[in-house]
Write a protein that binds this ligand. Structure first.
Ligand code: NDP
Length: 506
């Protein structure tokens, strides 16, 4: 779902603020030779970085974490100007990048530590598993969270001892540029973070040819293409893809709070969030009350763009993307959907604004029923009971995130376990992204692999097993070689049979 806004003139991409049309910067488009040279520079710098060891690598991350807060205004301005989002949402990006740094500063070393394991046989053998960096990790990232997805995701890869090569979205490369400068100011060898800019189909595709691991975040359609390219090279990849995330509200739920969940889950970042709420299944007997409450709250949202803290919902990332969102809305309305609120562009505010929209009477004939709209549009569906809600929530090719509101922790947890999604929030919608100790990612067509937690750093490493044996008498291999009679074979077999019954030897 590439939303064209950046204008590419010869070798340069001009970045403009989608809310105001103001030009905010430019970056040079990389050629194939530039991508290759960037990969080479990163590779040359990586071995010394790996040799430093995790403790000394941590120091860079510590300084980076604190620098984020010292330079926060500049970070907010940069994110806001290239994406059209509100200041609060720019703060949200900073908090997640800082939270990622904080989490891996506290736990990265233990996740990366060499582990001791039982050997093949007690007393004479042992085993250890180390986690070696891949070398050069590539990232291809979208425009919706330009600071988190380029720089935030690179932090665990760097801490694990890798160099990184990042291709941000053409629409929002400036936040990644600033992030790279902040890392260099924090003491990181600047060659370890290489950025290459330009269209995904050329520069992104070229990047895949030069890296040892690929972290892709973006649409399912593009994810499929890069997965094929990664498979051709036999390099591993993680794919963090789209979603059409369900929310379930049952009769016992606290309705005001559930509406708060809907408003933040559906309209935060103008709905341009992979884990955003898009479909809400509401038990029939509370449907009208819930719909009325939701409509009233959505109508109070202040839409617009400013560098102050006064806006609730900003612009979409581009005029083209706003048009795509409106096509979904108009298609639905043309086929019989009811607009509870919104449903139109806010051209009075700028070219890329769409009013926060709540729909009902949405059916299968409408594109937005199943496809990712990726804008400020939420559809409400009445359901008979919890079983119908779960069945409909699961009736999707996506499986990224879900939200459950029932009024009972026990019922909610039981319901959550039945939902086909990589994460489920109880009494919350976007909470998973700030819960750094647990893995986050999608099932079905929402992706492969996880960010955050132990998996979120070990994915940038390869396990290396080192097994050892005593040398005396030929060690472990000598055991079998020394079986030269029926009696010895029987003793060995008896010892092995016993092993299953002795704790510590199993
Ligand atoms: P796209 O898939 O269009 O683009 C993502 C990135 O891939 C961009 O940098 C793009 O470059 C690049 N790209 C495009 N074509 C190719 C190609 N053939 N080879 C290599 N790279 C390529 O996604 P959007 O930018 O439109 O982002 C929105 C999508 O991202 C949504 O579907 C959303 O759900 C998903 N997303 C998922 C998240 C998750 O964690 N699961 C988090 C955030 C977003 P360019 O566009 O510059 O040409």
């Amino acid at each position: 779902m590439s939303a064209t806004r950046a204008r590419s003139v010869q070798n340069e991409i001009t970045i403009s603020n989608p809310a105001t049309g103001e030009r905010v910067g430019s970056v040079a488009v990389a050629t194939a030779a530039d991508v290759k040279a960037a990969a080479l520079r990163a590779r040359r710098a990586q071995p010394a970085w790996e040799r430093l060891g995790v403790r000394r690598r941590r120091r860079v991350l510590e300084r980076f974490h604190d620098l984020l807060f010292e330079r926060q205004d500049e970070i907010f301005d940069t994110i806001q100007r290239e994406s059209g989002k509100t200041r609060r949402e720019a703060l949200g990006e900073l908090l997640i990048v800082a939270g990622t740094a904080r989490y891996y500063l506290a736990h990265g070393e233990e996740h990366l530590a060499e582990e001791s394991h039982p050997g093949a046989s007690p007393l004479i053998t042992g085993a250890r598993v180390g986690h070696r960096p891949y070398g050069l990790v590539g990232f291809i990232t979208p425009w919706n969270y330009p600071f988190i997805l380029s720089i935030g995701d690179a932090l665990p890869a760097l801490l694990a001892g890798n160099a990184v090569l990042v291709k941000p979205s053409e629409l929002t490369p400036l936040s990644a540029e600033l992030g790279r400068d902040l890392l260099a100011t924090s003491g990181l060898d600047a060659d370890l973070v290489q950025l290459v800019h330009g269209p995904g189909a050329t520069v992104g595709a070229e990047l895949v040819d030069h890296v040892d691991y690929l972290g892709f975040t973006g649409s399912t359609a593009t994810g499929r293409k890069v997965a094929v390219a990664a498979a051709e090279r036999l390099i591993p990849c993680s794919l963090e893809l789209g979603g059409k995330n369900p929310m379930i509200v049952l009769a016992g739920a606290p309705l005001e709070e559930a509406v708060t969940g809907l408003v933040s889950g559906g309209f935060y970042n103008t709905g341009q969030t992979c884990i955003a709420v898009a479909r809400v299944y509401v038990e029939s007997r509370i449907f009208d009350r819930f719909a009325a409450l939701a409509r009233r709250r959505i109508e109070k949202l202040k839409v617009g763009w400013s560098l102050d803290w006064d806006m609730d919902v900003g612009s979409l990332v581009s005029r083209e993307h706003a048009a795509k969102v409106m096509r979904h809305v108009e298609d639905a309305v043309g086929k019989g959907a009811t607009v509870l609120t919104g449903g139109q562009r806010r051209s009075d505010l700028g070219e890329a604004f769409v009013a926060p929209t709540l729909l009902t009477d949405v059916d299968e004939s409408m594109e937005l029923c199943r496809e990712e709209t990726f804008g400020p549009v939420v559809a409400l569906y009445p359901v008979r009971d919890a079983d119908e809600a779960v069945a409909r929530a699961n009736d999707s090719t996506y499986g990224l995130n879900a939200s459950v509101w029932t009024g009972s922790a026990r019922t909610s947890r039981a319901l959550a376990r039945r939902i086909e999604a990589g994460s489920v929030g109880i009494n919350s919608t976007l909470l998973i992204y700030s819960t750094f100790d647990v893995p986050m990612g999608g099932v079905k067509e929402s992706g492969i692999g996880r960010r955050h937690g132990r998996q979120g750093i070990l994915r940038f490493t390869q396990a290396q097993s080192i097994v050892d044996s005593i040398a005396t008498g030929g060690g472990y291999e000598g055991v079998l070689a020394n079986i030269t009679s029926e009696a010895r074979a029987r003793s060995l077999a008896a010892a092995f049979k016993l092993m299953r019954r002795i704790p510590g030897l199993r």
